[in-house]
Design a protein around this ligand. Structure first.
Ligand SMILES: [Zn+2]
Length: 282
């Protein structure tokens, strides 16, 4: 029986699998590298053992890093493990018309949504040059994941690797995209600290905006996130680990200790995501 759906799991594809860790660090994708040894097969086995499904994706920031990813590989993992993996694609927004084509190709390959990381992809979502990408996602009914709040990527390095946190603010950026594309379903990934209250405001206002609770140890969730997840936005919040940053086991054991209502807990762990993704629960 399906116990939970993890809405936020990273896999590595394309050159990220082939390059050495040192080279990736130089490329500016020094990301979760200590656990990069986990193959997608091993990740699938872990979720099977846990009786969970997982939304998997890579992130394309090739124009900044020179490192190619492969959406076809993500689609391949989903086809190999249809009971376990739901694949999302990724396009580097700076690629222009070819990014729009790649969104269409992702839909053709059966991928179920698109993942963006505004800091590592160095783009401001409300710059009109990127609108055709969101239009395509909306038209193809591909929900999008935006990064929310600060990021661990390049944290504590001089200049934070040149990344700008500004683009990860829910207001004004995600709020504007949600208003402009009311049919586009948007997940703001992570408690968007230090802008988590803006995130909650957007979720409470825009019917098409959701969030996942990934990337943070539940012990350290801001109080307003716990309060709102328990009450006003209880139908719009998803479990997510951000594996390999946090293991699903650790996330779940800390989540169990939070004062979440017994009626809300299964919504966050399973039912909200199943409804969002159109997965029928037996
Ligand atoms: Zn992530």
């Amino acid at each position: 029986m399906l116990k939970a759906i993890d809405m936020h799991v990273h896999v590595y594809t394309g050159d990220k699998v082939k390059r050495s860790e040192d080279q990736l660090k130089k490329d500016g994708v020094s990301y979760h590298l200590e656990k990069r040894g986990q193959t997608a097969d091993e990740v699938a086995q872990m979720y099977q053992r846990l009786e969970m499904m997982a939304v998997i994706f890579d992130v394309d920031s090739e124009t900044r890093t020179g490192v190619k990813i492969s959406n076809a590989e993500t689609a391949g993992w989903m086809k190999k493990y249809p009971q376990t993996f739901i694949g999302f694609g990724s396009v580097d927004p700076w690629k222009g018309p070819s990014a729009v084509d790649e969104v269409k190709r992702c839909a053709d390959m059966g991928l179920r949504g698109m993942k963006f990381q505004q800091a590592t992809q160095a783009f401001c979502p409300t710059n009109p040059r990127f609108f055709p990408i969101f239009e395509a996602c909306s038209r193809l009914n591909l929900p999008v994941i935006f990064h929310g709040g600060t990021t661990a990527i390049s944290a504590q390095t001089p200049g934070g690797g040149g990344l700008l946190l500004e683009y990860c603010r829910p207001i004004p950026y995600i709020d504007e995209i949600a208003a402009r594309y009311p049919e586009l379903r948007i997940i703001i990934a992570h408690p968007a600290w230090p802008w988590h209250d803006e995130q909650l405001a957007v979720m409470r206002h825009k019917g098409n905006v959701y969030m996942d609770l990934s990337g943070w140890s539940p012990k350290y969730f801001p109080e307003s996130i716990v309060h709102n997840a328990n009450t006003l936005v209880q139908d719009k919040v998803f479990f997510g680990s951000d594996f390999p940053v946090i293991t699903p086991e650790r996330w779940l054991s800390e989540f169990a200790a939070l004062p979440i209502k017994e009626t809300v807990r299964p919504k966050i762990l399973l039912h909200n995501a199943a409804k969002f993704l159109g997965i029928e629960l037996k």
